[in-house]
Design a protein around this ligand. Structure first.
Ligand code: FAD
Length: 374
């Protein structure tokens, strides 16, 4: 679908008006890393009512039938404003597209409309205590039963499982010594199912978005396997392309940059040069991210480009913190006051996670190197 500049401008103004109204009503305060830490089920529902979740999905599944560019415009405005979008983020960004691609008709009808309304939240259950970078080594196991699968194992670092309805878990359904990527499956597990225990893990930021999910003889109906049993690796790889390539990978600290500039702490030549350089990098990343969204929409491979967005983007997010710190050091008293200090403090505490979540930068550089070799 081609989207005109006029449509994009219209969508952008509509989101900005909405955000201004929400800010005026005091429904949120702009924060860094709000797509992970800013959880508000109410805010997500309001986005759903506006048609800003599941935007590109077909209307028959409750989606908006809009273009990828319109969705991109909405999410970059929400992220730039530091709005609380974490509740629906995983379901809207990656589970919905996965269900559209590999889900059954029944799964699409059951899950997609609720996700698009901002009423169904899904947590990503990939990492385990000894399986992070090497995801194919997951040890959570599911064995067949008369009605589906019985699952035992443990997931960790699962964002917002305590506030979500389902966990999309990567589990081993078959031991395959010949091919470690085979024999894995993705199961949608109801987080209120008997045998599921969710424990929150405190983060340095003071927020508890992380959880550990223990699965103890959890029965999962056969109709909650996503894609073909044994073929879960393919689903995970496709989710990761969505997970690594969006504007959230370079805009987590954007509210800090805005506050720095609007607070007038950038008068000095060096600070201006720093902000100029960060802006140029942002703009280049935005082009790359847009290209990946286009490729994703056309079903083209994007692993290398998505890894590039995340590696370069998360480095920029960290550099924006350094730029702000340097400006604050050079021009004490001109750094925009309490709002900037608060944003800076919170961003510094969140920063170590930027290059870890969604695959570490070391792993991504390995992927990029192999992708460029091929
Ligand atoms: C804020 C945040 C939110 C998260 N949310 C989720 C979530 O919702 N769901 C979920 O499933 N997971 C989540 N994670 C987990 C995240 O995906 C993992 O932390 C990440 O994949 C790294 O795995 P690990 O922590 O086990 O580190 P490890 O894999 O143990 O890696 C440790 C170190 O060794 C390096 N390393 C490992 N292997 C190699 C290699 N082959 N070559 C070079 N270096 C290597 C890594 O780069 C890293 O520096 C989240 C993490 C964070 C920080």
């Amino acid at each position: 679908m081609t989207t005109t500049q006029a449509t994009v401008a219209e969508v952008r103004s509509e989101v900005r008006r909405f955000l201004a109204d929400e800010l005026a009503a005091g429904s949120f305060r702009p924060s860094c890393d709000a797509w992970i830490q800013g959880h508000s089920a109410e805010f997500s529902r309001r986005l759903g009512q506006r048609g800003w979740l599941g935007m590109t999905w077909p209307r028959r599944y409750g989606g908006g039938g809009r273009s990828a560019l319109e969705r991109f415009t909405v999410i970059e405005e929400l992220l730039a404003a530091g709005a609380p979008v974490a509740a629906h983020w995983i379901a809207d960004r990656q589970t919905g597209p996965l269900l559209l691609r590999s889900g059954t008709e029944q799964q699409k009808q059951r899950f997609l409309p609720l996700i698009a309304q901002g009423r169904l939240f899904i947590a990503a259950g990939m990492s385990e205590p000894d399986s992070g970078s090497d995801l194919a080594s997951v040890r959570t196991r599911a064995v067949p039963t008369a009605t589906g699968w019985r699952v035992n194992g443990r997931k960790v670092w699962t964002s917002h499982a305590h506030r979500s309805h389902f966990l999309l878990a990567l589990v081993r359904t078959e031991a395959r010594d010949d091919d470690r990527h085979a024999g894995l499956s993705q199961l949608l597990i109801g987080l209120d199912s008997p045998g599921v225990t969710v424990r929150t893990i405190g983060a340095m930021t003071g927020e508890s978005h992380f959880t550990e999910v223990t699965l103890d003889d959890v029965d999962v109906p056969a109709e909650q396997v996503v894609g073909r049993a044994g073929d879960g690796w393919r689903g995970v790889v496709s989710e990761l392309a969505h997970e690594r390539s969006g504007p959230e990978r370079y805009l987590s600290t954007f509210p800090l940059l805005t506050e720095l500039v609007s607070g007038g702490a950038t008068d000095g030549e060096t600070s201006l040069a720093d902000v100029g350089s960060a802006t140029a990098r942002l703009w280049a990343l935005r082009s790359l991210s847009l290209q990946v969204q286009d490729l994703l929409e056309r079903g083209q491979p994007t692993d290398t480009a998505a890894a590039l967005v995340k590696d370069l983007g998360t480095r920029l997010e960290g550099d924006i913190i350094d730029i702000t710190r340097r400006a604050a050091h050079r021009r004490p008293g001109r750094t925009g006051g309490a709002a900037l200090s608060e944003l800076l403090g919170a961003a510094q505490l969140a920063a170590p996670s930027f290059t870890l979540r969604g695959g570490t930068n070391e792993i991504l550089r390995g992927l990029i190197a192999r992708g460029l070799e091929a």
